[in-house]
Ligand binder design. Sequence first.
Ligand SMILES: [Ca+2]
Ligand SMILES: [Ca+2]
Length: 120
Amino acid sequence: MEVVGRTIGAAVNSVAPVGDLTGDGILEFVVGANEQGPHGGFVMVVDGASGEFIREHIGPPHHQIGWWIVKGIGDYDGDGVPDYCTGSHLSGYLNTDGEVWVWSGRSGDQRRSQEMAPRG
Ligand SMILES: [Ca+2]
Ligand SMILES: [Ca+2]
């Protein structure tokens, strides 16, 4: 897959619209990708109008087996710009079944993370 200015040299697992982050009335989308290596994958935010790269989130080091799920979640933090969440089905910790992060659509700052309890 190619994004303007970037090449995603990894397996794309998921793509989802996340709302209009740039304010031009056209939805942006988020791509989740899996790759072998210390971080397990990354998530890239792409401008829906131009196809240009906006930002990326690199997987944390303990997600060595992780791959990514992405979803728009509306305006989680109430700043008027849609936000999005990303998830890993397996965190690499033996005592969790995965982890979900919530990101600000405006700044890309992390708003929340939540580890999933293991299934009984
Ligand atoms: Ca837009
Ligand atoms: Ca927001």
